[in-house]
Design a protein around this ligand. Structure first.
Ligand SMILES: C[S@@+](CC[C@H](N)C(=O)[O-])C[C@H]1O[C@@H](n2cnc3c(N)ncnc32)[C@H](O)[C@@H]1O
Length: 736
């Protein structure tokens, strides 16, 4: 029944109440610490009075936490139960500071975050060894068998070490995430299992099970000496040095220019960073740290990209994806969400990250398709190996940094958001009409939430907190998940069966067209029979954008000899843009894209059940019928408007796809193009929707269903004329 402390506990700031609570826990506390038997893990600082008992005397089931002032509290754990964060709730950690002391939430309870996974037979000790004493909140987990010592900073995760011949060999690892703050997410056994498996994934070949008994969370990491210096103190020092040097260089440059002419602050930053590199003052200089960087916490803010380099969080000065080589495989270590590119946030935990390359605004002279190389390949490898990547977000800030003795007037800073898993990647058409890679990154569970103030996550807006009511309305049937967002109420879109191919009437004999004989890509030359049907041309450009509207476009089909990549196969490949269903202001559902859609870009097919008009007894709000006498000669002339009974109807009420949510507008940004490729019945072509003009992200996608250009028509064409969401009937904008 006693609270044990080490070192300065007598002078500790643990309150009476706290003592009492600790006291209550102390049933199984071993009192046998003896100063004479200290086995320090390094030189002991004067003021620490560190006591580290010999292994044989380590009490079982205790935990020692360290407070802000390096005061330790020993707390008992009940035998046979796992350590719980509540055991440490009372530790006095009233304030703290970190490498960039701007935005730390109260560290209360965090100090315990190191321990939840410790097996009960382990001891959790603090250490005041010199190198640890300079780090804030460092504690150590020491295993009883005298073989493994796990030490770490509860703010950063673990540093891993081993006990060898009575000496501690510090082999730090930055591979672990910090455990969550208790008040947000309790570190659970599940979390630990996950974290363990990450490490195992990362360091499988280095696992030191033999040394460490059965505790596979104790692993030797590579680059140990580098990682050792990754402490908060080292980081703070490096940052201070950097700010000093870059400040001096900036002042000199300003003086030289005497207020005239411009200079690049970024270049000066790079120069200052290089000077520090020469002095070997950079942290994680080789960029090999995968996972959390010791000494850096979620929420740490940095003033420039150069500072990310200085602290080893993200090494390239400009590139968005940092990667390293591990076992001869490229592995991404970090990405910066700069807000400059078409990255999108699905939520605060899900990021769609644009791959690198092919962007004329950034190095590449001409837009081109992105390739699966360098950072893109690395991110893919992270996905395959389930290796997390650090995410750093650029934030718009109201903070004015007062470095250099003056207001730098910074409008943005960089904030460390934590570790993310790459969960998916795909190709789509980018802003320049070229293929780009998109990676879906999901924030690892169990990390502290990011309190970021205002964060500019995308080029257009601040972080969006869309209320996602459904992750994927296609239930995995489309290549890209199509989420449903509802910021109006909590309703989900109406249920229907999602299909990706048309359902045709049973009786109808759909004959396959004769395909072209082109072995390679089709071209507009006469020998391509599909091009001939298209009037001697391929109706799509090299970027897959449709060149002009036609009564019918003939794409190459299943009986053509050309490859699937043929330029004359576009709409049959399905949805490429990141589309979503959303609740509109009129409380109906609509569709929009999270990407820019270039003019002529293919958006989707109106899919449903094809019915003979006569069979479609009632038209629903999800019915479209063909009303084009050029396409369907069986229809009557336009002077006597055709009804749906004359031809065919696509009904998407029961079974359909995303297009069933596209609304009508008199000023649409999409148009319907008839396309044939897998059958040749002109009475029931595919209805493919293409962008009539460049459509900015998040603008509602609309189509004119009023049979305006002898196209598709919905059952409500007359209603549209009277009551349309989009106001009075406007003059239709010219198609590009
Ligand atoms: C293909 S659905 C579009 C999705 C629909 N908004 C929903 O929530 O399911 C077409 C139906 O939506 C409604 N609608 C679409 N555009 C409209 C508009 N501009 N004005 C009024 N109603 C419209 C009509 O009821 C129409 O029949």
């Amino acid at each position: 029944m006693e609270v044990m402390t080490m070192g300065q506990y007598e002078k500790s700031s643990v309150s009476e109440l706290q003592r009492k609570r600790l006291h209550e826990h102390s049933g199984c506390l071993d009192h046998s610490f003896k100063r004479s038997k200290v086995e320090a893990l390094g030189p002991v600082p004067q003021n620490s009075g560190a006591l580290v008992p010999q292994a044989s005397e380590w009490p079982s089931n205790v935990v020692v936490a360290r407070s802000q002032n390096f005061q330790e509290v020993i707390m008992p754990l009940k035998p046979s139960r796992k350590f719980s964060l509540s055991d440490l709730e009372t530790v006095n950690t009233s304030s703290c500071h970190g490498p960039v002391s701007t935005n730390y939430p109260s560290p209360k309870t965090r100090i315990g975050q190191l321990y939840p996974g410790c097996p009960t037979q382990s001891h959790v000790l603090s250490s005041n060894s010199e190198d640890l004493a300079h780090e804030n909140f460092v504690s150590e987990v020491v295993q009883k068998n005298d073989k493994c010592i796990t030490s770490g900073n509860p703010y950063n995760g673990y540093a891993i070490g081993r006990k060898s011949q009575g000496k501690t060999v510090r082999e730090d690892s930055s591979l672990l995430q910090a455990y969550p703050r208790k008040d947000e997410t309790m570190a659970s056994e599940q979390n630990l299992t996950r974290v363990n498996s990450i490490i195992i994934g990362l360091e499988a070949s280095k696992q030191v099970k033999d040394d460490c008994g059965k505790h596979d969370h104790v692993l030797a990491a590579e680059g140990s000496s580098d990682l050792n210096i990754c402490s908060a103190t080292k980081i703070t020092e490096a940052l201070n040095q950097f700010r000093k040097i870059s400040g001096k260089l900036l002042r000199e440059r300003k003086e030289k220019l005497e207020g005239k002419g411009k200079f690049s602050v970024q270049k000066i930053h790079v120069k200052a960073a290089m000077l520090l590199k020469e002095k070997r003052r950079l942290v994680n200089a080789d960029g090999k740290v995968i996972g959390a960087v010791p000494g850096i916490e979620i929420g740490d803010r940095f003033q420039s990209r150069a500072e990310l380099v200085i602290v080893g969080l993200h090494l390239p000065f400009t590139g968005g994806i940092a990667y390293t080589t591990k076992d001869q495989t490229l592995i991404a270590t970090s990405v910066v969400e700069s807000g400059q590119y078409a990255n999108e946030r699905r939520s605060s935990d899900v990021l769609f990250y644009l791959g690198q390359g092919g962007n004329p605004a950034f190095g590449d002279k001409k837009p081109k398709d992105q390739e699966l190389v360098r950072g893109n390949l690395a991110l893919k490898n992270n996905m395959v190996a389930r290796i997390p990547v650090r995410v750093i977000r650029r934030c718009k800030t109201s903070l004015i940094f007062k470095t250099l003795g003056e207001n730098s007037g910074k409008k943005s800073e960089f904030i460390y958001d934590g570790l993310y898993f790459v969960t998916k990647f795909w190709q789509e058409r980018g802003e320049y009409g070229k293929l780009v890679f998109k990676f879906e990154l999901n924030r690892m569970a169990g990390q502290p939430k990011l309190f970021m103030g205002t964060v500019g996550s995308s080029r257009t807006s601040e972080v969006r907190h869309d209320h996602i009511v459904l992750d994927d309305i296609s239930w995995g049937k489309e290549k890209i998940p199509l989420r449903a967002v509802n910021d109006v109420d909590y309703e989900k879109p109406p249920l229907f069966t999602y299909i990706t191919k048309m359902i045709y009437p049973n009786l109808h004999d759909l004959s396959m067209p004769r395909g072209c004989q082109c072995i390679e890509e089709c071209s507009g030359l006469e020998r391509c029979s599909c091009a001939v049907k298209n009037g001697g041309e391929i109706p799509f450009d090299d970027n897959g954008l449709i060149c002009s509207q036609k009564p019918i476009v003939y794409e190459c089909g299943p009986s053509c000899k050309c490859p699937p990549s043929c330029k004359n196969r576009v709409s049959q490949h399905g949805v490429r843009f990141q589309l979503e269903v959303f609740k509109t202001e009129s409380s109906e559902w609509g569709v929009r894209s999270r990407n820019i859609i270039p003019a002529g870009g293919f958006v989707g097919e109106f899919i449903g059940k094809m019915l003979r008009g006569m069979e479609a007894k009632e038209l629903t709000r999800y019915s479209l019928f063909f009303n084009d006498i050029h396409v369907n000669p069986t229809l009557k002339s336009s002077s006597s408007p055709a009804t749906h009974e004359d031809g065919f109807v696509i009904d998407a009420a029961q079974s359909g796809n995303l297009a069933r949510f596209i609304n009508h507008s008199w000023s649409p940004n999409l148009y319907a193009q008839y396309v044939l490729y897998d059958h040749e019945d002109t009475r029931m072509p595919h209805i493919m929707l293409f962008a009539a003009k460049k459509i900015p992200p998040l603008q509602e996608l609309t189509c004119d269903y009023s049979n305006k250009d002898n196209q598709v028509c919905d059952a409500y064409r007359d209603i549209h004329k009277e009551s349309c969401y989009y106001g009075v009937r406007a003059r239709r904008e010219a198609l590009c």
